[in-house]
Design a protein around this ligand. Structure first.
Ligand code: DAT
Ligand code: MG
Length: 153
């Protein structure tokens, strides 16, 4: 399994509902390494670029309004297979379909307020593209967790 990085973001609803700590905790507890984190306000231009794949969807304007409606907590997480495993921890896009135990299944009820974003593991290169969009390379910190040798065989 290859070491990789993925982009994760607590959306404005998650920030307002006090879920930053809970979400960071879950990823830390699993054993992943946070290599960047930034509390920030997304502007309209960044929102449109981040969600460019959805530009033709009927929900695009609602989506960009929502993601710019308040601050977000943007992060980069590292680990073996991290992109796919974070998607599993997030749960289905629609919280109504998300399994209990997942972040969306435990903390959200509505498709348009689903608390967390993670790079799409079905879309090759999405993780690198999103990391570059939100972070300067100097903001990514290279280090190892002290428990790495006990997390990986
Ligand atoms: P995900 O966030 O699980 O990667 P996505 O990339 O398909 O899902 O969509 C991005 C966001 O857009 C999603 O988190 C919530 C919103 N969204 C997706 N499908 C929608 C729909 N049919 N109606 C309203 N909002 C939708
Ligand atoms: Mg997506």
């Amino acid at each position: 399994m290859a070491r990789e990085r993925t982009f994760v973001m607590v959306k404005p609803d998650g920030v307002q509902r006090g879920l930053i700590g809970e979400i960071v905790s879950r990823l830390e507890d699993r054993g992943f390494t946070m290599v960047a984190g930034k509390f920030m306000q997304i502007d309209d231009e960044l929102a449109r670029e981040h969600y460019a794949e959805h530009v033709d969807k009927p929900f695009f304007d609602d989506l960009t309004s929502f993601i710019t409606a308040g601050p977000v907590f943007a992060m980069v997480w590292e680990g073996d297979d991290v992109t796919r495993q974070v998607r599993q921890m997030m749960g289905a896009t629609d919280p109504a379909e998300a399994a209990p135990g997942t972040i969306r299944g435990d903390f959200a009820v509505d498709l348009g307020r689903n608390v967390i974003h993670g790079s799409d593991n079905e879309d090759p290169g999405a993780n690198e593209r999103e990391i570059e969009l939100f972070f300067d390379s100097s903001e990514l910190i290279e280090y190892e967790r002290i428990d790495d040798s006990w997390l990986y065989e």
